[in-house]
Design a protein around this ligand. Structure first.
Ligand code: AMP
Length: 278
């Protein structure tokens, strides 16, 4: 695996690969890799000639009171994991290189203002901006994202359509821990007790799925039952439960088609998200 730390170096290399007709698969991450990230690398490995992974803890997607400074890092382990998966290129830019004196930003308007956007204003603007930059640098044919960050995936797909990026965006299923908690780099903040408690988030999504597939079509009732289950666990503080149209994130009150059920909550001091499509 070749590691590049500067934009000009990786650009030159990608230019040569493209000239040889190689297809590029791209997996953007913030590091502290786990099986969720690696599932994306594996998919890219199957479908493209050259797999580029980026590790960049993007400062402009963190709010002033969020965990930018303590975001978990484990670069030597990440490199080993990526070498095991036979990734071809790792891009490790510095924040200075990526955002110094930056005045241009990308915003996917209303999609970035709902769900997590309410609690994290500016977050999706930071994400869309950095993904745009990384796409321009890595020039992928296919880029791989996790369904874990469902809102992010929808926003990136829309951004690519709106701005005519010639890139196919692939969304891959959520990889989970043994207790069904969605894998996340932030799970490393959790105590064993908090990890066990956090399993209720997925259980609430399963409950919703069961209710909807039986008779319940009223979103308010489904959300109330989910809230009741989650509130039984005192260490958990709900941010939101939403039932929305998976294409445009608009709220659905009467469920008669496919919906995205998304939940966000603080477990102790750690904010976690999860979702299910049904
Ligand atoms: P992050 O490092 O958190 O920015 O995540 C990088 C990519 O990995 C994003 O596309 C995430 O959606 C994806 N990802 C993170 N956790 C998981 C998971 N548990 N299962 C599948 N994909 C994931």
């Amino acid at each position: 695996m070749i590691i590049f730390k500067t934009i000009s170096q990786i650009r030159n290399h990608i230019f040569k690969l493209k000239k040889q007709g190689k297809t590029i698969g791209f997996v953007p991450t913030m590091g502290c890799l786990h099986d969720g990230h690696l599932s994306l690398v594996r998919a890219a490995k199957k479908e493209t000639d050259i797999v580029v992974v980026s590790i960049f803890v993007n400062p402009i997607q963190f709010g002033p009171k969020e965990d930018l400074k303590k975001y978990p890092k484990n670069l030597s382990r990440d490199i080993k994991f990526l070498e095991n998966e036979d990734a071809d290129i790792l891009f490790l830019p510095s924040a200075r290189q990526m955002h110094k004196n930056q005045l241009t930003f990308v915003e996917v308007d209303k999609l970035g203002k709902v769900l997590c956007g309410r609690t994290r204003p500016g977050h999706f603007r930071g994400v869309a901006t950095v993904v745009t930059k990384l796409f321009n640098i890595a020039q992928p044919d296919i880029a791989y994202f996790g369904q874990k960050d469902a809102q992010q995936l929808i926003i990136i797909k829309k951004m690519c359509r709106d701005l005519n990026f010639p890139i196919k965006i692939k969304g891959l299923p959520i990889v989970r821990e043994r207790n069904n908690l969605a894998m996340s780099s932030r799970n490393s903040y959790l105590t064993p007790q908090e990890k066990a408690d956090a399993a209720v988030l997925y259980n609430s999504l399963l409950l919703a799925k069961k209710l909807i597939s039986s008779v319940e079509k009223n979103s308010l009732t489904v959300k109330a039952k989910m809230r009741k289950l989650i509130n039984k666990v005192p260490s958990i503080n709900l941010d939101y439960i939403e039932i929305v149209n998976p294409n445009n994130l608009e709220p659905v009150s009467k469920i008669n088609g496919r919906v995205l059920i998304a939940v966000a909550a603080w477990v102790g001091k750690t904010r976690l998200i999860d979702n299910i499509l049904c």
